[in-house]
Design a binder for this molecule. Structure first.
Ligand SMILES: C[S@@+](CC[C@H](N)C(=O)[O-])C[C@H]1O[C@@H](n2cnc3c(N)ncnc32)[C@H](O)[C@@H]1O
Length: 313
């Protein structure tokens, strides 16, 4: 059970960005197996405190064992982004000096066939990060129509010829031939064959279904909306995303408002020049070549860091 390995992405860059210090308070909103959480604890020693949150109780069990040496400097809580503010308040981690979110799936989730995330291993079509919460991929596929599935594949997976792929999936579903991850992977291999893209034909469809099952974009929007209430003025937020839609949302949230984004401003209301954040870089931080070589998952990672303004207006 403890064999799961997850290589944390952009670890040094996150520490350089959040600059954890002794006595500081930090929130890792995506604790996973605790790689970034460990670095936050180490750099905020001897008395900094960290709240680690994850919607996956299996990951939290692992993190609890791995990080036991930090004692009560670490608090671990199960929950998703939408519940973060209440949980941080209840556990005494508000306002935080820094908040981190490292989006996407962990290797633990990918490596466990029974979780249904991997097209390389036979498992049920589950894909839920929080087991027992919300519909599984099988339940999603049982209820979608062609239009909705086409949208999911195109938007979340940038799948080539999404309508054709959606039709093939729904045909197999209606024939009762779509039970396991391997059924879906084999179907995608047959459907997408002959269109080499350099990646496995199932990659993008699995990604699209995972994003839909876990409502990943809605969750990110919820996080970005409450983030200013989590971080103290002068504190920092760091977000690592793996998908262009996610990165666009993060970039937008860290930017100052543009006049066009304030359509309902009353004439007497002064135009707001600044949002809650001062972005620390124009372009996102990406992994260096050596990291990509050692950990291919880091290839698509984009890190954005912003500092909470003292006053907004
Ligand atoms: C890439 S992993 C984090 C790995 C971790 N930073 C490390 O170094 O070990 C992402 C984790 O975020 C969790 N997660 C994703 N979306 C979440 C959400 N909306 N709420 C809570 N946890 C979420 C997943 O369950 C997963 O364990």
């Amino acid at each position: 059970m403890s064999a799961a390995v997850h290589t944390s992405v952009l670890l040094q860059e996150v520490i350089d960005g959040l600059q954890p210090k002794a006595g500081g308070v930090y929130i890792d909103a995506t604790c996973g197996l605790g790689g970034h959480t460990r670095a936050l604890l180490e750099h905020s020693g001897p008395d900094g405190r960290v709240l680690g949150v994850d919607r996956d109780p299996e990951a939290l069990r692992e993190a609890r064992t791995r990080l036991a040496e930090f004692g009560d400097r670490l608090t671990l809580v199960e929950g998703d982004f939408s519940a973060l503010k209440e949980q941080a308040a209840q556990t005494g981690h508000l306002p935080a000096d820094g908040v981190l979110a490292d989006l996407g799936v962990s290797s633990l989730q990918l490596d466990r066939p029974e979780r249904g995330f991997s097209f390389q291993r036979k498992g049920p079509l589950d894909m839920r990060m929080g087991p027992g919460v919300g519909p599984t991929a099988a339940e999603l596929l049982a209820s979608v129509d062609e239009l909705e599935l086409t949208r999911i594949l195109a938007e979340y997976g940038e799948v080539d010829r999404p309508k054709q792929v959606a039709r093939a999936i729904l045909g197999a579903r209606d024939a009762g031939k779509l039970v396991s991850t391997q059924d879906l992977a084999a179907l995608l291999e047959r459907t997408i064959r002959g269109r080499p893209t350099g990646i496995h034909p199932a990659t993008r469809t699995f990604q699209a279904l995972r994003i839909a099952v876990n409502r990943e974009l809605a969750e990110l929007e919820a996080l970005l909306a409450l983030l200013p209430e989590l971080v103290r003025p002068g504190g920092r937020a760091a977000i690592i995303s793996f998908h262009s839609l996610e990165d666009r949302l993060v970039k937008r949230a860290f930017e100052d408002p543009k006049p066009a984004q304030q359509p309902h401003r009353l004439p007497v209301e002064p135009e707001r020049k600044f949002g809650p954040w001062r972005s620390l870089q124009k372009k996102p931080v990406v992994a260096e070549e050596a990291e990509v070589e050692a950990n291919p998952r880091s290839r698509s990672a984009k890190l954005r860091i912003a500092e909470r303004r003292e006053a907004i207006g």
